[in-house]
Design a binder for this molecule. Structure first.
Ligand SMILES: Cc1cc2nc3c(=O)[nH]c(=O)nc-3n(C[C@H](O)[C@H](O)[C@H](O)COP(=O)(O)OP(=O)(O)OC[C@H]3O[C@@H](n4cnc5c(N)ncnc54)[C@H](O)[C@@H]3O)c2cc1C
Length: 441
């Protein structure tokens, strides 16, 4: 007699009745989607935004379906045009705002939905996977989780002032941390802030680099030193954070030409005499680093989900093309030099997906360490980049053209490896915090 558990589809080979009759299933969390509800256990890589992905809860699947419906109005051609013309995707941002998605993680009290990072990650993966890649994700990334410092450390007055316009899509925010001279070494940043003698405002002086959406943002969350590093007991002290108007009369905003994600701008900022009201400071003076660090793991998870989306989009293009394109009398997907690397890509994307959504679940349950969030971000970015690169190679000459979109995906996947934290710094983190090895820098 043939065994019912086959090598290729182990879950499907077990009958539904046999699975559901097991008493242990009754103990599963209530919001988990039925394990086998007539769906296949996994989607085909060739499908556009499939919803039958194992391990997702009902609320995650609802987010997936709703976002997929919106994204289907914005095809690859839309994103190619925005990328080529370097135009911000206002129509897409408006559609998400009007449908109430910009406050997915923000409190209901201010107009948000109070959902978790697990749901927000699905939203960001789906946007990216539609072909929008980081162009789509970065359009709303800051709305989704960027204002977590305000939610956690802001006063009631600040939350009422800042959150509703962001959730309604009436205001956009950018995030000002990275500096030209210090890069990843955030604690040594050189921008300074001095309190005025009447205690009414701070004067900010310095520069920032790589600040995304500063061309279109009305607001900025910015980190600067209120106490010189030399006067601090620890380098983590003496930094402060403000959420304030990006006052263009005091801040010079210069767009940086770049390799990809061109629908969303990235900028160098210069300011010398920028007066920022004291009521725009978030938390206490000197608490800035702690405040900025809060929510960093959640951001890693979202960026990882965005990277996954690029990977699945690239795999979809590569598989569909390889099944159709006939060379030497066969579809090229029949040749193992094409087929096997794509199979490897699917496996690495799925492995990364499990890690990313585990990290999301742990975060929502209150876990604060960065091991799974960082590892998920690393694995997803690497898998996405490798898949995008394989997609280009699988399409041959067409892979190098704009028309088939995979070259755009590859450029976008490169960014996922660099920002907001590089692959090298993640390995440093894992080496020190998980492996217990000495710090190398
Ligand atoms: C398109 C884009 C958008 C961005 N948007 C924003 C934004 O909106 N706001 C913002 O604040 N920042 C933003 N960034 C900045 C981004 O977070 C940084 O580029 C990233 O953190 C890397 O910093 P860096 O470029 O200064 O690299 P550097 O710090 O100069 O590092 C250069 C290289 O050296 C490696 N390296 C450095 N130190 C070590 C070490 N100790 N061990 C091993 N390797 C090391 C790095 O991994 C990297 O490969 C953006 C960047 C890009 C490219």
């Amino acid at each position: 007699m043939r065994t019912r558990i086959t090598a290729t589809r182990p879950f499907l080979s077990v009958s539904f009745a046999a699975v559901t009759s097991r008493p242990a299933l009754a103990a599963r969390p209530r919001n988990l989607a039925p394990l086998l509800s007539g769906r296949q256990i996994h989607a085909r890589a060739t499908e556009y935004l499939p919803t039958n992905l194992p391990g997702w809860t009902e609320s995650q699947l609802e987010v997936r379906q709703a976002i997929a419906k919106i994204c289907s109005k914005f095809p690859d051609e839309y994103w190619l045009e925005k990328d080529t013309q370097e135009k911000f995707p206002w129509e897409f941002q408006k559609e998400l705002a009007e449908n109430g998605w910009l406050g997915i993680c923000l409190p209901e009290k201010y107009g948000g939905s109070s959902l978790g990072i697990s749901e927000a990650a699905v939203m960001m993966q789906t946007i990216s996977e539609s072909g929008a890649c980081n162009n789509g994700a970065s359009t709303v990334h800051m709305n989704i989780f960027g204002l977590e410092p305000v939610v956690k450390f802001g006063t009631e007055e600040q939350k009422k002032r800042y959150l509703p316009p962001l959730i309604q899509g009436k205001e956009r925010a950018c995030f000002g941390v990275t500096e030209p001279n210090t890069g990843l070494d955030t604690l040594r940043l050189q921008s300074s802030a001095r309190l005025s003698s009447d205690g009414k405002y701070y004067t900010l002086k310095g520069s920032k680099v790589f600040i995304s959406t500063a061309q279109v943002a009305e607001k900025i969350l910015i980190l600067a030193r209120t106490t010189p590093l030399a006067e601090c007991k620890k380098p983590t002290e003496g930094l402060s954070v403000w959420y304030t108007d990006l006052d263009r009369s005091a801040v010079q905003v210069n767009k940086i030409p770049k390799m990809g994600r061109n629908a969303v701008d990235t900028n160098a900022l210069f300011f010398e005499d920028w007066k920022v009201p004291v009521e725009d400071m978030i938390g206490g003076e000197g608490d800035g680093f702690k405040i900025i660090m809060h929510g960093l793991n959640a951001e890693r998870i979202l960026v990882a989900a965005e990277a996954l989306g690029i990977g699945y989009a690239a795999l979809r293009r590569a598989c569909n093309y390889s099944a159709d394109r006939v060379v030497f009398g066969n579809p090229i997907g029949k040749y193992q030099a094409i087929q096997h690397p794509l199979a490897e890509c699917w496996m690495s994307l799925e492995a990364a997906r499990l890690m990313v959504y585990l990290a999301g679940r742990l975060y929502d349950e209150g876990y604060t360490d960065g091991d799974y969030a960082n590892a998920g971000k690393y694995l997803a970015a690497e898998a996405a980049f490798n898949t995008a690169q394989r997609a280009v190679m699988s399409l041959g000459g067409m892979g190098f053209t704009k028309e088939y979109h995979v070259e755009r995906y590859m450029r976008e996947a490169t960014l996922s490896r660099i920002a907001p934290v590089s692959a090298e710094m993640i390995k440093n983190y894992i080496g020190q915090r998980v492996l217990g090895l000495p710090k190398s820098y």
